[in-house]
Design a protein around this ligand. Structure first.
Ligand SMILES: Cc1ncc(C[n+]2csc(CCOP(=O)(O)OP(=O)(O)O)c2C)c(N)n1
Ligand SMILES: [Mg+2]
Length: 355
């Protein structure tokens, strides 16, 4: 934070780094990448300098690599030399522990800034306008069903920034990154590299064992949950009272979203619509956990609060949510970040944004 405030430069936090810099900080533009904010994606894309701290230029962040941040020089600090230049050409490499690297950069910059400091006013005007024009958002489904984004947002608000949040892999993971506000390092655990479905329950268990006094929420998908939910038996037997929110859209939602968008809604093997087989509430009960169900928007807060009040056993909440919700914004795989879409078929209005 000291380095960021010294430079006054915009900050983005990748999926893996959410919480490393507070969401509420005025320099923060959100998450970049395939489902990042318009402001964060565009800040990277149009920057003339990227100071990259421990990030790895993953394809989900760069989009089409040849069109990524074409005018930027890159200073890349990382503890692993193999990361330097792996994906993106690096102008200055700093190899080592970030704590040391940042502490060394600060006095060097202070000396430089005594001579001259870059004027970022026009840059910030442009980015602030993008940030306020295109915040992440969602609409409540017209059919009256529960919005998955709303459920996740309410968990974040009610449980607050002192909790630890863990996600599975899929749409719910992206929404957990977008709609929970992270203020502290290590409050967000997620499988962003390999993207292993089934990560949430065991990772939440580990977090709770490490931080027994902290509320730990696993925000999981109905698909992911079916991979590792048996670990809840371990939680029940060993007094590890985690909380699991199943964002139950009756489908492998992220794959379904791609089938909707890129395969003309020809759905194949993504439906988990199963007339409640398994019934997650009964399954939770069988594993020694409290099982709750929520099917109406007006019940969401009360059910979250009920889950928060149970601390002597693990809790599983089955949230029935709208099936066709999609994750936005989106940069389609293999395309340029310049082609970010804020909704289906809808790009930001670039003509009204001046830099
Ligand atoms: C072990 C594993 N298998 C397959 C995938 C590919 N994959 C990514 S997201 C996803 C769907 C996840 O469904 P669900 O848990 O219901 O989450 P949703 O997208 O519906 O929120 C799949 C199959 C993966 N990441 N990991
Ligand atoms: Mg699902």
């Amino acid at each position: 934070m000291r380095l960021a405030e010294l430079t006054g430069a915009p900050v983005v936090t990748t999926l893996m780094a959410r919480g490393a810099f507070p969401d509420s900080h005025h320099l923060h533009l959100g998450m970049p990448g395939m489902h990042g904010t318009v402001a964060a994606v565009t800040a990277l894309q149009k920057a003339d300098l990227l100071i990259t701290l421990g990030a790895r230029f993953d394809d989900r962040v760069t989009g089409k690599l040849s069109s990524f941040a074409v005018n930027a020089k890159v200073i890349h600090a990382d503890i692993d030399p193999a990361e330097i230049g792996k994906n993106r050409y690096v102008d200055v490499a700093v190899i080592g522990d970030l704590a040391h690297a940042i502490n060394a950069l600060i006095p060097a910059l202070q000396r430089e800034f005594k001579k001259s400091k870059p004027d970022l006013i026009a840059w910030w005007k442009f980015l602030s306008s993008l940030r306020s024009t295109y915040p992440v958002g969602y609409t409540h489904p017209e059919d009256g069903s529960v919005s998955p984004q709303y459920v996740i947002e309410r968990i974040g608000v009610i449980s607050g920034p002192d909790s630890i949040y863990v996600a599975g892999v899929g749409q719910h993971q992206m929404w957990a990154s977008q709609f929970v506000k992270y203020e502290k390092p290590r409050s967000w655990l997620n499988s962003g590299g390999l993207g292993t479905m089934g990560y949430a329950v065991p990772a939440a268990m580990g977090a709770k064992v490490g931080m027994p006094g902290t509320t730990v929420w696993a925000i999981d998908g109905d698909g992911c949950f079916q991979m590792t939910n048996q670990e809840l038996v371990t939680c029940a037997l060993n007094n590890i009272p985690i909380k699991v929110a199943i964002i139950n859209n009756e489908s492998l939602g992220m794959v379904r979203q791609w089938q909707t968008m890129f395969y003309e809604s020809r759905y194949s093997n993504t439906s988990l619509h199963s007339k409640r087989i398994p019934d997650f509430v009964k399954l939770a009960d069988a594993m020694g956990c409290a099982g709750l169900r929520c099917e109406r928007t007006e019940d969401v807060d009360a059910v979250i609060k009920e889950a928060m009040s149970i601390n002597d056993q693990p809790v599983v909440v089955d949230f029935s949510v709208f099936r066709d919700a999609m994750v936005w914004p989106m940069v389609a795989a293999g395309t340029s970040n310049d082609e970010i879409m804020i909704a289906r078929g809808l790009a930001p209005d670039w003509d009204s944004q001046e830099l």
